[in-house]
Design a binder for this molecule. Structure first.
Ligand SMILES: [Zn+2]
Length: 110
C-alpha cells in the first residue's frame, strides 16, 4: 500500500499548480472547468472533436469573460482571425466561392 501515498504526493503539486493557473488566467476553478467539459460532452465547442489533450479555455481578451473550451486548431484559428466574426464569415464565404468556382471549372473541363 505504498503506491497510493506516492501517487498522491506526485500529483498534488500538479493539481495545485493547475488550480492556481486556471484561477489566475481565467478566473475559474478546476471544478468549473470540469463542469464545462462535461456540458460540452468532452468535445471542442466549434469542431465538436474529442482530442487527446486538455481543451483550451477560450475567453474574451477585453472582458476576460470565459466563453467555451476549444481544441488547439480552433482556438488558434479564431485567434488568427482576430476573434472577429465578420472576418471569419468572409473567410467562409471565400472558401465556398472558390470551391464553387473549382467545381464549375471541373465541370466545364477547364
Ligand atoms: Zn475544435
Amino acid at each position: 500500500m505504498r503506491t497510493i501515498p506516492i501517487i498522491a504526493s506526485a500529483t498534488a503539486p500538479r493539481a495545485a499548480a493547475r488550480r492556481w493557473w486556471l484561477k489566475r488566467a481565467y478566473g475559474i476553478t478546476p471544478e468549473q472547468y470540469n463542469a464545462m467539459f462535461k456540458r460540452q460532452k468532452s468535445r471542442c465547442a466549434i469542431c465538436r472533436e474529442k482530442v487527446p489533450y486538455r481543451l483550451g479555455v477560450d475567453h474574451c481578451d477585453l472582458t476576460k469573460v470565459v466563453r467555451k473550451l476549444l481544441c488547439v486548431p480552433c482556438n488558434t484559428g479564431i485567434g488568427s482571425f482576430k476573434h472577429r466574426p465578420a472576418l471569419l464569415r468572409r473567410a467562409a464565404k471565400y472558401l465556398e466561392r472558390e470551391a464553387a468556382r473549382a467545381r464549375r471549372a471541373r465541370m466545364s473541363g477547364r
